[in-house]
Design a protein around this ligand. Sequence first.
Ligand code: FES
Length: 79
Amino acid sequence: MTTTDTNDVTDEVMCSCSGTTRGMIYDLVMQGKDIDAISRYSGALSGCGGCEWEIGEFVRALTEQMAAEQSKTHQAQID
Ligand code: FES
C-alpha cells in the first residue's frame, strides 16, 4: 500500500503537528476543499511542513480520482 492510496481512509495521522488524519483530509477533499482550505480548516501544513509532500500527493490523487468519476458519470448521462 502506498501513502497516496486513495482507498486507504484511516485514522492514520498524516500531519503530526496538527494531528490531521488521512480520513479528515479525505472528507475535506470530498467536500471540494483545495489544499489551502484543507490547511486552514485542519491546521495541516501550517507547522513544520514535513507533511507537505505526502498530503499534497494524497490530495492530488483524490482530486484526480474524483475528476475521473465525474467524467464517467457525465459520459454515462450523454450515452
Ligand atoms: S507534520 Fe504537518 S506541518 Fe508539521
